[in-house]
Design a protein around this ligand. Sequence first.
Ligand SMILES: [Mg+2]
Length: 233
Amino acid sequence: MHNTLKKDIFFDLDHTIWDFEKNAEETLMELFDTYHFHGIGIGAADVFIETYNRNNQRLWALYHHGKINKSELREARFADTFIELGVDPKLFPIAFETDYLRLCPQKTNLFPYAHETLGYLQEKYTLHLISNGFGDAAEIKMTRCDLKKYFATIVISETVGVHKPHPQIFHYAIANAKTEIPQSVMVGDSLEADIRGAQNIGMDAIYFNPNKAEIPSDVRKSISALEELKSLF
Ligand SMILES: [Mg+2]
């Protein structure tokens, strides 16, 4: 990758800047207490969270493949979790999903050195954001975490109508940023959505791999902490 040619850096939001896992867990722990889950037969918060995470990931995959829509995703992820944990459907807390959606995006845990790194990069490059997700949630996250100031353009898949890795969202983001593919680079945690999505249109990509997972051979550049970007750029 010829970093000297780069002018525009595109970032993913969830699991790359915004610590989705930590924020979701914090929210679920709070709701576990608020809703007195012990009383409806769910023994431990960690079992609830683990079951929810698994269902949520499965449903997001279906959503990305167009098999279910946004409201089906939102309805099923907790209902499926409660069913799996053996909770009587009559005891499902109706407002749980709404409360989760309201509270989770307000959480402010970011990956370490997010602000320092973005602040540093912003001095030398133009930064942009491409997020798969819902516009309302992304807006709240960015505002609560004071992230908007770093990004010249923000593209949300819900607004464009297609998700990463679809080439159209990358082409849209590039055009919207008034830049070109050779001078752009994508940074994200998803091999499929961010890395291969970018590479498929000929755009360089940097794999954010904080859990130090095994790196597939088609990944050309990776980092395990955001601050490593300061030595790359
Ligand atoms: Mg991500």
